[in-house]
Ligand binder design. Structure first.
Ligand code: ADP
Ligand code: MG
Length: 391
């Protein structure tokens, strides 16, 4: 496979640049409530402007379901983008059609355009070819900086690419892929991976791939349940279902020394009660890892050469059950090893425990991050690679 090209290898002067970004920000009363996703793409926007290009930004926001939903308009985002860059930002309330054509054509050097929410049009999520062609017709070159969306094959990140000779990843895409590739292909060993969270079925493939490359795989949160079940320990949780248990069993057979399971937990009996793994009550929710497990995980993390973390170790939002997640977050933040952290709730935990500053790279991806870690090629990245290097 060709390596993908990035925007810093592109001729941008005088070019209209269709820039797919992730501006799926939370809005409150029509105002951007958290602008971290906007900040994440500013280096790419600035780079294009500095090189004389004219960015035409497109993004989805939330799930309007293929029709116009006024509260999911990207207009407030365009206002915030203008405040953050100090530049003129035009907005047009469609993404394809005569108004969008007109707005793109009248762009001048030094300014940019934000298109309306891509998902107001059913063609976006359907990867419709007519929609993709109209979108592509607005610009001369294409840049994809929406890593968090790269696991989805939509019109704006897959369909459009066949209409561009020059296409590249943005600077955020570059940072994300370089961090992930470094960890997956040439990690400083030992590579210690911590996986937790609640979505067992959506993470089991990721765990399978990581169990093949990690020196240690620490399993916390509800992710530990199928593995315990595979060892004959019933946690009384439906997430430890048949298929996940079978797959857990296979991993335990193949890498018995690499997998590290909790030895104790905290259960909810009206408050935090700590119990050994072989004394788990069936009628109480298992909501956190216990103190001996925390010590073991912390010492594994301390010895790591590279760390990957996704998924809280327990239900950290509930008082009394934040301990495991906080201790793991702090152990990772303290470690001098390269640390890569991703996931929506994991991100929230980093902020809650003020651990973000100690992390080498925090991914903006949730699903895309997990899919990369499961060793799969993401559809939006595959299409960027499909080109001659000098195009
Ligand atoms: P991420 O978004 O970082 O990928 P997930 O969505 O998989 O993480 O899981 C995060 C959620 O998992 C958190 O809201 C947390 O409360 C929950 N969780 C973790 N461990 C447990 C547990 N033992 N029981 C119930 N919920 C848990
Ligand atoms: Mg989540």
């Amino acid at each position: 496979m060709n390596p993908i090209r990035y925007v810093d290898q592109m001729d941008l002067a005088g070019k209209r640049v269709l820039l797919r970004v992730d501006l799926n920000v939370p809005l409150r009363d029509g105002v951007v409530a958290d602008d971290s996703r906007i900040n994440a793409i500013l280096p790419t926007v600035q780079y294009i402007l500095d090189r004389g290009g004219m960015p035409i930004l497109c993004s989805h926001l939330d799930r309007p379901g293929g029709k116009r939903v006024p509260e999911y308009s990207l207009r407030p985002v365009s206002v915030r983008l203008s405040e953050l860059t100090g530049k003129k930002v035009d907005f047009v309330d469609e993404c394809v059609g005569p108004k969008a054509d007109q707005a793109a054509a009248s762009l001048t050097s030094g300014s940019m355009l934000v298109l309306e929410n891509l998902r107001f049009d059913p063609g976006e999520e359907a990867n419709d070819d007519t929609f993709a062609r109209s979108l592509a017709s607005l610009a001369d070159v294409y840049v994809d900086d929406a890593f968090a969306n790269a696991h989805r094959a939509h019109a704006s990140n897959v369909g459009v690419t066949k209409y561009f000779e020059a296409k590249a990843g943005g600077l955020l895409m570059k940072k994300e892929l370089q961090a992930l590739e470094g960890v997956l292909e040439s990690p400083d060993r030992p590579l210690v991976v911590a996986i937790g969270g609640a979505k067992v079925s959506s993470k089991i493939a990721t765990i399978e791939h990581l169990s093949e490359i990690a020196d240690r795989l620490l399993l916390g949160g509800a992710m530990a349940f199928p593995f315990l079940r595979a060892q004959g320990i019933d946690v009384g949780d439906h997430r430890a279902d048949g298929e996940a248990v079978q797959r857990a069993k296979r991993m335990l057979d193949q890498r018995p020394d690499a997998l590290v399971l909790p030895q104790d937990f905290a259960v909810d009996d009206g408050g935090r009660r700590e119990v050994d793994v072989d004394e788990l009550p069936k009628d109480q929710n298992v909501l956190d890892i216990g103190p001996r497990t925390i010590d073991r995980f912390a010492s594994e993390l301390k010895a790591a050469g590279t760390i990957v973390w996704n998924g809280p170790m327990g239900k950290f939002e509930q008082e009394g059950f934040e301990v495991g997640t906080r201790m793991v977050a702090e152990a990772i933040a303290r470690s001098p090893a390269f640390s890569l952290v991703g996931g929506g709730d994991t991100n929230a935990a980093l902020d809650r425990f003020a651990a973000r500053g100690g992390i080498s790279y925090v991914s903006t991806g949730g699903g895309a991050f997990l899919e990369m870690l499961s060793g799969r090629e993401l559809p939006a990245i595959k299409v960027l690679a499909r080109q001659t290097i000098n195009a």
